[in-house]
Ligand binder design. Structure first.
Ligand SMILES: Cc1ncc(COP(=O)(O)O)c(C=O)c1O
Length: 389
């Protein structure tokens, strides 16, 4: 959501715990400036102000291929990766290329609401299965697949945020990933892996990606610089089979559009190749880990006993479950009167009523004192409502 969407008049003292944005003070403003200035001085800027390669900036492609192979031993080549206009651009492109209106896609319940929005824009039927602390519940996913098959329908893809999911903060276990890959082979659907948060892990080890576990077969994996650099640059990447990448690069949008954001991509490529991105991401992990720890401690000390929440090992989000007596709409109205904004659970479900007892808190955007104060206010409001106030 755009921060400007907060109603005028309450912005000054408000605490936007809904904002899934990087904090303004954590953007690498000083780090990017010399990179942009150097691009100007080198005289090459005219090249980047023109149309670019359809597959994206070649230096950035090479950097990402090398990094992914080095860190994850993925064994990809530059034919497996293209630059896109942020992960959202990849979800939109994959949806348009892989589906036609009326097709079915699978998602988690809850799932990232802007992806659900894209699927609705395309006129798709969304079948969602619930998640628990290890990811999608296999029994429910299998039931959905059997029901669809009985109606002669086959889902085109399963959309998943595998690490520190938006909105729940949950990471899908390796075992579940393997089981989903098995089902994807059995039922012939693609896995659309929206991996926007894996570079923001604060503890533990990452399970291998779907792309890795499936040997690259029938998986499209998305990454982005939005969470570890700056979302305004609108740069991300897509990894897939060489055939799939070639077919996307041949799309009308890229043929005519001259590749994804050539100017931003050139700046990002220089920033990455200088080592500055890795250093910035390392620093960011420390900053966000502090925010996460403070948010969890504030929840522990502020929430009544019957409120439950997730404990994410990375990413931006904590997912709260309210006591049965409290509807999120009532809580939201009271919170907003006090200048406190959170993301209602209702937006993250195909059937909004399923989210009536949930809300998402983002610890990425607001400064530490506001994070603490906001959670304390929320705890007091919930306690008051739970006791009939
Ligand atoms: C799961 C998920 N996908 C995509 C995005 C947006 O990424 P980008 O800025 O690269 O489009 C977000 C950001 O909130 C997200 O949480």
């Amino acid at each position: 959501m755009n921060l400007d969407a907060i109603p005028q008049g309450v912005v000054a003292g408000s605490i936007p715990l809904f904002a899934g944005h990087p904090a303004r003070e954590l953007l690498p403003i000083n780090g990017l400036k010399p990179v942009i200035q150097a691009a100007w001085r080198a005289g090459g800027v005219a090249r980047f102000l023109n149309y670019g390669d359809e597959q994206g900036n070649p230096q950035l492609i090479d950097f990402l291929v090398e990094r992914l192979n080095h860190r994850e031993n993925l064994g990809i080549s530059r034919d497996n990766l293209m630059i896109i206009g942020g992960s959202t651009g990849g979800v939109d492109m994959a949806t348009k290329r892989l589906t036609a209106p009326g097709d079915v896609v699978l998602a988690d319940a809850p799932s990232y609401r802007d992806a659900l929005h894209i699927f609705r824009d395309q006129g798709l039927e969304i079948r969602a299965a619930p998640i628990d602390e290890a990811g999608i519940v296999l029994a429910d996913l299998k039931r959905a697949l059997r029901q669809l098959a009985a109606k002669g329908k086959a889902p085109r893809f399963y959309y998943v945020v595998p690490n520190f999911q938006n909105p729940s903060g949950i990471t899908m276990s390796r075992e579940r990933r393997l089981a989903v890959i098995e089902l994807s082979r059995q039922y012939g659907f693609v896995i659309l892996e929206d991996d926007v948060y894996s570079d923001l892990r604060y503890e533990g080890a990452a399970p291998p990606s779907f792309y890795d576990l499936a040997g690259g077969e029938r998986v499209l994996r998305l990454g982005t610089f939005s969470k570890t650099l700056a979302p305004g640059l609108r740069i991300g990447w897509l990894i897939a089979s060489a055939e799939r990448i070639a077919s996307f690069v041949e799309s009308g949008m890229l043929r005519m559009g001259g590749g994804a954001n050539p100017f931003s991509a050139a700046i990002v490529a220089d920033f990455c190749r200088s080592g500055a991105w890795e250093a910035h991401a390392r620093w960011l992990r420390g900053q966000y880990e502090r925010r996460r720890d403070l948010a969890l401690a504030a929840l522990q000390s502020s929430m009544p006993a019957d409120v439950e929440w997730t404990r994410p090992a990375g990413g931006y989000f904590i997912w709260l479950r309210l006591p049965a007596s409290i509807h999120v709409d009532d809580l939201e109205a009271r919170a907003q009167e006090r200048g406190l904004y959170f993301a209602s659970g209702r937006g993250f479900f195909v059937d909004p009523d399923e989210g009536a007892r949930h809300l998402r808190l983002s610890f990425s955007y607001v400064p530490l004192p506001d994070l603490q104060a906001g959670i304390q206010t929320l705890g007091a409001l919930i306690a008051g409502m739970a006791s009939g106030g």
